[in-house]
Design a protein around this ligand. Structure first.
Ligand code: ADP
Ligand code: MG
Length: 647
């Protein structure tokens, strides 16, 4: 609730709501062709507002509002998810992709209009309009209904009324299209404090332009129905000045009819053609909508799985379906689409007068860049890793929110420094942290360390990237988890896993793990400063000082336990091999040494603070002495068993 609420007895400051949200926040809105989102940035940086309260906020589509509105007569019947779910059943009254018509004349969009399940007509001044139940609405009005929905949900999420927003548009939008977007905001009762280019928003979300040198970046944005590539020149603002960074569009290219929808179609191409030929417009619309839905589900599944099965009860509209689709098949069928995006990249670079090598960074934006083939194609074409740390379908809204916070004067410069605010590390066996990059290191920086496995024949290794000053993972912030898969089976401790941490000038962390023998590799990318405030950094620092001694001891005990368990394993195996060759009292002494070391390991795992590291050393020494005869016998036996030693 806002601070001027009279029922509140507490002397809350008038300017701020109880949750720290300012009274008149500026949110960022990505008004997308397919999906729209709202984000808000405070001292912890930008975050997506989860607008559908009934949805699990951790769901992959949490926060995404389909840009879909359904009308009945004069009334708005449904917006967002509900409207999208009813698309098949209300095909002629449900408007999607209205962004295509913003500020455009009907005749310029006649092809779209012809393929549209809802009726697009020439409205006032020849501009495109949408006719439902005899009422013609302008694209601005429909966008306004969408914006009003987003605004209401955002107000609920923030607990204060939202009146001001930064709204994003494609870089190629002309004046008429930008004006139409402003008008949509005005109709919805929102003060559009700035119209921001989508590629600029993507750059801001990654902290590009906050510091450092001028950069040339390419934003590759493959959304639902459109593909845009933009070459941007970024000139960071002087630090300590109030100026904003300058983002100059050097060139744009793309295709307004190339996006995720086309990839959906690839999977059901044959059925699509059949449906297009249906002479009954209502039934054709429904058939196309059904196919769109199955195709899209299969496509999304193939971004994670190698194969997927689609089964469909066609309800008499389309043939019943039962097909298994695999990723390689999908990728080769979709290759021409991917190539078209790369051709557009080439055009954009040419228009900008740049070689591929002049590009400093490539940023992936748009839900469709989640398809592994897209990332591979783009990275190989530009011959460099792309920025993927932020969710590609949320980047634009996050960047819009950053712009909003700059305009509101609540920018969090404190963390956008030239140093790493908190140490970066990797979880090691036993839950300890190996710090690879220590706090206050200047960016850019790189650190490499070798790790190994702790279990025999381990085929997959889980890697956990953490941030913080404490010695145990449980006391640090988790940044990312990923897996190195498909290692050849080897005994514990043998694989050589090289892990490299790379922090670039924008503070983006790339972690790559390579197993030396097999060459298997895996990587992950994160923005460590996300969700971090200056206050929290200070608290974490104070906390680590307070626990420094205790933490160091715990870390030592955990490491000792890990090493000791390898010793226990090796000595147990050796003893089993040579049990007949050694005296019974040797066996007894070794077994008792193993038992006491094992009990220390068990205790250390349960509560590392309860174990004295010296006790570990003593137990280990005793076991080493007792097991000398075992090692000797073991060597003697292998000489005997090895036929090559007989010669
Ligand atoms: P827009 O910018 O057009 O509003 P988005 O950036 O939200 O669109 O992208 C929407 C597109 O992303 C849809 O075609 C959707 O199917 C696709 N998409 C989302 N997640 C995935 C995924 N995991 N794999 C493949 N495509 C995806
Ligand atoms: Mg988009």
């Amino acid at each position: 609730m806002s601070g001027d609420s009279t029922s509140s007895a507490s002397p809350a400051r008038a300017a701020d709501a109880p949750n720290g949200v300012p009274d008149d926040p500026i949110v960022g809105i990505d008004l997308g062709t397919t999906n729209s989102l709202v984000a808000f940035a405070d001292a912890a940086g930008p975050r997506i507002l989860h607008l559908d309260a009934e949805l699990d906020p951790s769901a992959p589509d949490g926060g995404l509002v389909p840009s879909v509105v359904r009308y009945r007569g004069e009334a708005v019947e449904a917006v967002g998810r509900v409207a999208a779910a009813g698309l098949e059943d209300h095909a002629t009254r449900t408007v999607y992709s209205v962004k295509r018509y913003m500020g455009r004349r009907f005749e310029d969009r006649a092809d779209d209009a012809a393929a549209s399940p809802y009726r697009v007509v020439a409205g006032s001044r020849g501009l495109a309009g949408i006719e439902i139940d005899g009422r013609v609405r302008s694209p601005e009005e429909i966008s306004a209904d969408l914006l009003a929905h987003l605004r209401d949900r955002a107000s609920e999420a923030l607990g204060v009324p939202v009146r001001r927003a930064v709204v994003t548009v494609p870089a190629y939008f002309d004046d008429a299209q930008r004006q139409a977007t402003r008008d949509a905001g005005r109709i919805a009762g929102i003060d559009v404090v700035r119209i921001l280019n989508e590629p600029t928003a993507a750059a801001l979300a990654y902290g590009i332009g906050a510091r450092g040198d001028a950069e040339t970046i390419v934003i590759y944005d493959l959304g639902g129905g459109t593909f845009d590539v933009t070459v941007l020149e970024v000139m960071p603002a002087e630090s300590d000045s109030d100026e904003e960074a300058i983002f100059r569009v050097l060139a744009t290219a793309g295709d307004t009819h190339l996006g995720g929808d086309d990839f959906d179609r690839v999977l059901v191409e044959d059925l699509h053609e059949e449906a297009m030929a249906d002479p009954d417009p209502e039934r054709r619309a429904r058939r196309l909508a059904v196919l769109r839905a199955v195709g899209s589900r299969a496509k999304v599944a193939l971004s994670d799985a190698e194969a997927t099965r689609i089964r469909l009860d066609g309800r008499g509209l389309v043939p019943d379906l039962d097909r298994t689709l695999d990723r390689p098949g999908f990728e080769s069928a979709a290759r021409p689409l991917v190539d078209r995006t790369l051709e557009a990249c080439a055009r954009a670079l040419k228009d900008a007068g740049l070689e591929r090598t002049a590009v400093d960074r490539v940023v992936l934006v748009g839900g469709s860049t989640r398809m592994p083939m897209i990332r591979e194609a783009v990275e190989s074409w530009f011959d460099r890793p792309a920025y993927v740390a932020l969710d590609p379908d949320r980047v634009i809204a996050l960047g819009a929110a950053v712009q909003g916070s700059i305009l509101a004067g609540t920018r969090r410069d404190a963390l956008l420094l030239d140093v790493i605010p908190l140490s970066l590390g990797l979880e090691t066996a036993g839950g300890a942290v190996a710090k690879l990059v220590v706090r206050n290191t200047m960016v850019p920086t790189r650190a490499v360390e070798m790790f190994s496995t702790s279990v025999d024949g381990q085929l997959n290794v889980g890697l956990h990237v953490v941030q913080g000053e404490r010695e145990m993972v449980s006391d640090c912030r988790s940044l990312a988890r990923f897996e190195l898969r498909g290692l050849p089976p080897m005994p514990a401790g043998i694989p050589q896993i090289e892990v490299a941490f790379n922090v670039d000038a924008n503070g983006v962390l790339g972690v790559e793990a390579v197993e030396r023998r097999s060459g298997r590799r895996a990587r992950v990318q994160v923005v460590p400063s996300n969700g971090l405030t200056r206050d929290e950094v200070d608290r974490i620092e104070a906390d680590s000082l307070e626990h420094a001694r205790d933490d160091m001891l715990v870390h030592r005990v955990v490491d000792l336990a890990v090493n000791a368990s390898l010793d226990v394993k090796w000595i147990t195996e050796a003893l089993d091999r040579v049990r007949e060759d050694v005296a019974p009292d040797v066996t007894k002494a070794v077994e008792s040494g193993l038992a006491s070391l094992q009990s220390l390991i068990t205790r250390a795992r349960e509560d590392p603070r309860s174990v004295d590291p010296d006790a570990f050393h003593q137990a280990k020494d005793r076991l080493d002495r007792a097991s000398m005869p075992v090692h000797e016998a073991s060597i003697a036996r292998s000489l005997r068993d090895d036929p090559s030693s007989e010669r």
